[in-house]
Structures are given as C-alpha cells and as structure tokens.
Ligand binder design. Structure first.
Ligand SMILES: *Cc1c(COP(=O)(O)O)cnc(C)c1O
Length: 229
C-alpha cells in the first residue's frame, strides 16, 4: 500500500474512534480530502483507496485537475476564499462551496450555476474566533444570510462551516466548534433546515466530531505537508 492509502486508513480510523467516543455513528461524518496544492496523481492514489470527495481552495488550479479527471465521478468542494471574479469558474465546476460569507457572492453563484447541473450545495462560513480570524460572517449575521440564501433558486443551503484558530488543547479546540453547533441549532429553530456542520482539520478532527461535525476537511494527515504553489 502507498503512503496515501495508509494515511487515509489511519484518518478513517481516527474519525470512527472519535465518533464512537461520543456515541455517534461514524457513517454520519463525511471525509473531505483537501487536495489543494497536490498533483492529480495524489488525488488518483486517494481515489484508488476509496476516496471520492476532494476539497480545493484555488479555482484556477482546481479546474485544471477537474478537467483532467472529468471521467471520474469525484465530488469537488470549493473551500477557499471566493472573490467575485472567480464565481463563474466555481459555479460551473464544483458540487459544493463551503465558504460563502456574503450575499453578493451567493447571488452570483446562483445566477451562474449552469441549468444542466443540480443546484450548488453551499455552506455559510462563520467567524467563530472573533478578531483572530478575518474569514466568515459574524455569528450575529448568519441567520439573515442563511434566510436570504435559502431563497436563491440554484443554490441548496446545507449548513455552516468554520476554520477556528489553531490550538493544541482539546477543550479549547471544542469551544469554537460548540459555538458553531449552537448557531446551527438556532438557525434550524428559526425554520431553516440545515444538515451540515463542516468543521475539523488534521489537528482537531476529534474535537470537531465531538461537537457534531458532519464533514471534516483533512489535508496534511492524508497527503503530507502541502507543496507551496
Ligand atoms: C487546507 C485546508 C484544510 C485542511 O487542513 P489540514 O490541516 O492540512 O488538514 C481544511 N480546511 C480548509 C478550508 C483548508 O484550506
């Protein structure tokens, strides 16, 4: 077995163990392999080992890989910062976007989503680390943004996403994830049906799963250190 297959197996075991530790079914947690900066060969090695959902942060880089793998039935997730001038590329090439933080971007994605594709699945990114992070909408703005997105015809709102500040302490890792879970609960209580919590990376997936993550986004633990672009 190659390194990527071995790493994938280890990550799946971590996910299963973390889920069982809190009485959750490991099948509730989807593994998104973050392949940004990695060559197509690494993606194909992961696919060989059963992985079919991949996350990318740079639209142009991703679209090159997507077009090379066009015959494979991979699910491509966009997880990077999204500017207006990249929305069309993303709307035309991805199944999911995790990083919506303002309505204007969501409106463009909805308008640009091709008719022959199913609605684009989206998550709203929320800033749960306060001033330490500049990405994501403010927690107080999440409900209004979700309500507006829910009415866009070519998007399917799935849930919330966060990238908390890094820390090694398990209890401290859980705090922002718990906050995101509370926000998702309050938005659901307001009548918006959300089923996704995209949270947890290589160093904190256990804490995220303990707080209800349904998608963990794992790069380094599968593919090794990232290549610089
Ligand atoms: C790169 C990246 C990840 C994965 O990070 P690792 O620490 O390598 O697992 C997760 N989410 C986002 C948004 C990323 O950009």
């Amino acid at each position: 077995m190659g390194a990527i297959a071995i790493n994938l197996q280890a990550v799946r075991e971590r996910i299963a163990k973390a889920a069982r530790a809190v009485g959750r079914d490991p099948g509730e947690v989807m593994l998104l392999a973050m392949s940004k900066s990695k060559p197509l060969a690494d993606i194909l090695a992961a696919a060989e080992a059963g992985q079919n959902a991949f996350g990318e942060n740079y639209a142009q880089e991703a679209v090159e890989k997507i077009s090379l793998a066009v015959n494979r039935h991979f699910a491509w997730h966009f997880t990077g910062p999204l500017q207006s001038n990249k929305t069309r590329l993303v709307a035309e090439n991805f199944a999911w976007v995790h990083t919506i933080e303002r309505l204007k971007i969501a409106e463009r994605l909805s308008a640009q989503r091709p008719e022959n594709l199913p609605p684009l699945q989206v998550c709203v990114q929320v800033n749960v680390s306060g001033e330490a992070s500049k990405s994501g909408c403010a927690p107080d703005d999440a409900l209004a943004l979700c309500l507006a997105i829910a009415s866009l015809p070519r998007l399917k709102l799935r849930g919330l996403m966060a990238i908390p500040e890094e820390t090694d302490d398990f209890a401290a890792q859980r705090q922002p994830f718990s906050r995101l879970r509370d926000i998702v609960d309050s938005i659901r209580a307001a009548g918006v049906p959300l089923d996704t919590l995209s949270m947890g990376m290589s160093h904190d997936l256990e804490a995220a799963i303990a707080e209800g993550a349904t998608i963990v986004r794992i790069g380094t633990a599968i593919f090794g250190q990232r290549n610089t672009l």
